[in-house]
Design a protein around this ligand. Sequence first.
Ligand SMILES: Nc1ncnc2c1ncn2[C@@H]1O[C@H](COP(=O)(O)OP(=O)(O)OP(=O)(O)O)[C@@H](O)[C@H]1O
Length: 309
Amino acid sequence: MIEIKNLVKRYGNLVALDYFNLEVEEGEIFGLLGPNGSGKSTAINCMLSLLKYDRGSIKIFGEEMAPDNYKVKKQIGIVFQDVAVFEELNVYDNVDYFCGLYVKEKGKRKQLVEEAIEFAGMKEYRKTYPKKLSGGLLRRLNIACGIAHKPRLIIMDEPTVAVDPQSRNKILEGIKELNRQGSTIIYTSHYMEEVEQICTKIAIMDHGRSIAAGTKEELKSMIKTGETLTIEAVFVTAEQIQEIKQIPHVFDVEYKEQILTVRCTKAKHNLIRLLTFLQEREISFGRVFSELPTLNDVFLEITGKQLRD
Ligand SMILES: Nc1ncnc2c1ncn2[C@@H]1O[C@H](COP(=O)(O)OP(=O)(O)OP(=O)(O)O)[C@@H](O)[C@H]1O
């Protein structure tokens, strides 16, 4: 459905997209995950022909994307990070305006607008003006405006930044529902938990490149980490840390502020082995956690840094 090949975009000397590649199939909720400044918004804006790029190609629905390709643009819904609604129109009229850009027939449009308002959980606010809405409700209105015409492809650029948990859940559930109803979704975020929760495919971006892509299971199987053990331990010597590194399947040990973090490859009994070691050395410890790999581990192993600083 989307095919981006070797996209390069420079802002002056800054290379924002550096031979960026992406493939999205119909029916996916596709997460574009990357730290701030990794090039997510630039990729989206190029995809929509809102930005010119220096080289590479973008195909959407099998067609070359261009600023005047309205046939393709008509089938795309966009929800930007910054809310873009009209202050002088109430909720209903805002959604009706944006839907009207695509759907001219009044009866059909009325039904679509009603559905979008219901979908955003804003029925009781239909006559309310944007000024009176909370931040979370404004975001939901922004989404309703972007999706009312039931586009085949919906692109959302960080729709949950700085929203309250209730609206955030509503938005995430909404994205899944839109997907169930048949839309393919591209979703950018730097919140890895959200991407893990809703996306069927993920591309991880860093410095304008897609550094890994696949399902979350595929991404996790690309890395060495099978389990991360975290233990509160009051005092561990440098010598003991070296000994822990020798325990089978352990490949990385960190000890900071009385927290021992031990990364192991996938194996049975990693935790038991480590706890036995601590008991034998009479190292007193408190709470113990065992975590399966996260997308942050994928990012950490590939780039050597945390997804979130
Ligand atoms: N109009 C612009 N002019 C110059 N540099 C820009 C411009 N827009 C973005 N950049 C730079 O390009 C790089 C990629 O930015 P972009 O906004 O695409 O990243 P992002 O992953 O979407 O980040 P965020 O999560 O903060 O939105 C960053 O270094 C950014 O500072």
